[in-house]
Design a protein around this ligand. Sequence first.
Ligand SMILES: Nc1ncnc2c1ncn2[C@@H]1O[C@H](COP(=O)(O)OP(=O)(O)OP(=O)(O)O)[C@@H](O)[C@H]1O
Ligand SMILES: [Mg+2]
Length: 264
Amino acid sequence: MTTSQAAPVLRMSDVTRLYATKQGGLHVLAGVSLEVCQGEFVTIIGPSGSGKSTLLNIAAGIEEPNTGQVALFGADGAPLAKRLGQVAYMPQRDLLLPWRTALDNATLGLELQSVSRAQARQRATPLLDTFGLSGFATELPQNLSGGMRQRVAFLRTVLAGKGLMLLDEPFGALDALTRADMHAWLLSLWQGLGRTALMVTHDVEEALLLSHKVYLLTASPGRVRHVLPVPLPWPRTPAMVATPEFVQLKANLLHYLRTPAMAL
Ligand SMILES: Nc1ncnc2c1ncn2[C@@H]1O[C@H](COP(=O)(O)OP(=O)(O)OP(=O)(O)O)[C@@H](O)[C@H]1O
Ligand SMILES: [Mg+2]
């Protein structure tokens, strides 16, 4: 998979973010630095309110940091002039368009890239089954469960085909079995295509199974508390969660999550 020479796709250096509130300034991110390289799957774990979604918004170019630098890099290794529109972003809320069917919501990213609707549907249709959506292609979002809506949004993000995918709790609303199916599917996609991702999750096993490295954020204001490399071999399979190496990594990560930052 990746090597230490892999080129960076996203680099954040010392990023801070403050929001103006009636009570004064709300300090959300306090000097966060992180790097995602070509072909890497990187995960962020942190308490609610630690600024994880804010961090993805900044990476996507929807928001700017108050201080610090953020850069996306193209395939040639040169920094891109702007971030907006350069990544595939699955926000925490599914943001499906209520008037478009499941299939036509899934194809939205392709259509925004000027792919015709007919062609976009042709590319999306074979994936409906894998995403647990066959039989629901012509349904409107209001007729889908929360988990289904999340899978439509995930399919839209995967189909958008950008080099970097930003995923904000993509499996959060899925039941355990569907979640395990999606992990198995995502691992096979990853190992086949070598895509790059930055994902937010609260699920420790999911983070370890899918990732090359895990960034742990402190409670608000978010700072990087620890970066845990995941030296499990590739290709990965869901069965690895039962191996002694995995169990040890999980114990390490849980230790960091359960110990107050001051005590470490
Ligand atoms: N546009 C905004 N204006 C003011 N405050 C905001 C804004 N966006 C986010 N916040 C605040 O910033 C803090 C961090 O929010 P953020 O959504 O990034 O956290 P999070 O780590 O993703 O949390 P969760 O795990 O619950 O999704 C929260 O206190 C939130 O209320
Ligand atoms: Mg969030």
